[in-house]
Write a protein that binds this ligand. Structure first.
Ligand code: FPP
Length: 262
């Protein structure tokens, strides 16, 4: 069995899920590491360390369920404002994570992708993520997509600049710019048909987007859970999917055979 060192022995009964309606793309805002650590009288970075272990558990769970893309908000363009020691610790996490976890990712056919301004990360961090991307490049299962030095508004600015340059170069007419054109200019374009998340989960009870996937979340279902990220378990994760499955996604249309729904 892979992922042997599971941190959580989840004693709760597994949620009954409709395996035919697992969301293809799940995005997670992994919030509450600092508060979890404070509650344990630990330094904030201990929350991030624990959070990294939880990423392993949830990656395994999502892959087993048949999720196609799992996008994790690991570091935002705003997180540089944190104390230098915390930023330094967060920058070392990808290296620590991939050092120990790439063999299991390969064994589980999981492919690593990173979206964000990777070229602005420290050289060691860049090397760690680029190595993981290269080592898992041939895997055909779930994409584990880290948002690293990512910001939704910055992404839109960059995308608009790219399109404007194409217009100036005569490669694109302004009237040709439509929703697919803009989607193709976003950092999620390599995810193809799974670029837009179906489900957004945010831990820790906060109900904000925090500049995450502003374009792509237009039709996603949002599920907020009270647990801090280090407390995320298989059953909490599956519970969020069960909540998603109980929702009625209409994409602006009306529900078929459900004329009482608005
Ligand atoms: C938000 O909690 C969390 C982060 C900014 C960092 C998230 C990173 C991880 C969970 C580990 C990532 C793992 C890899 C492999 C890169 P917070 O610190 O804002 O919590 P608080 O709101 O309680 O202060």
């Amino acid at each position: 069995m892979f992922f042997k060192k599971r941190r959580v022995i989840d004693s709760e009964t597994t949620t009954q899920l409709d395996k035919t309606r697992i969301p293809n793309h799940i995005a997670i805002i992994m919030d509450g590491n600092g508060r979890w650590a404070k509650r344990q009288n630990l330094p904030r970075v201990a929350g991030h360390q624990r959070g990294m272990e939880v990423v392993k558990d949830i990656t395994k769970t999502a892959s087993d369920l048949g999720v196609k893309v799992l996008t994790l908000y690991a570091f935002s363009t705003e997180n540089w404002k944190r104390p230098e020691t915390e930023v330094g610790f967060l920058m070392k996490l990808p290296g620590k994570f991939f050092d120990t976890f790439v063999p299991e990712l390969i064994a589980n056919n999981v492919r690593v992708n990173v979206m964000g301004y990777v070229d602005q990360l420290p050289a060691d961090t860049q090397r760690a993520v680029n190595d993981a991307i290269a080592q898992t490049a041939n895997n055909t299962g779930m994409v584990l997509n880290f948002a690293l030095n990512y910001g939704g508004r910055a992404e839109i600015v960059t995308g608009v600049q790219t399109l404007a340059q194409q217009v100036v170069a005569g490669e694109l007419k302004p009237e040709e710019i439509d929703e697919p054109t803009i989607s193709n200019a976003m950092m999620t374009a390599p995810l193809g048909e799974y670029a837009d998340p179906d489900l957004l989960i945010r831990t820790s009870g906060e109900m904000r987007l925090s500049n995450f996937l502003l374009w792509q979340l237009a039709y996603a279902e949002f599920v907020f859970v009270d647990e801090h990220w280090p407390e995320m378990t298989q059953s909490v994760f599956e519970g969020a999917i069960a909540t998603y499955q109980a929702r009625d996604r209409r994409f602006g249309g009306i529900a078929e055979n459900k004329s009482d729904k608005k």
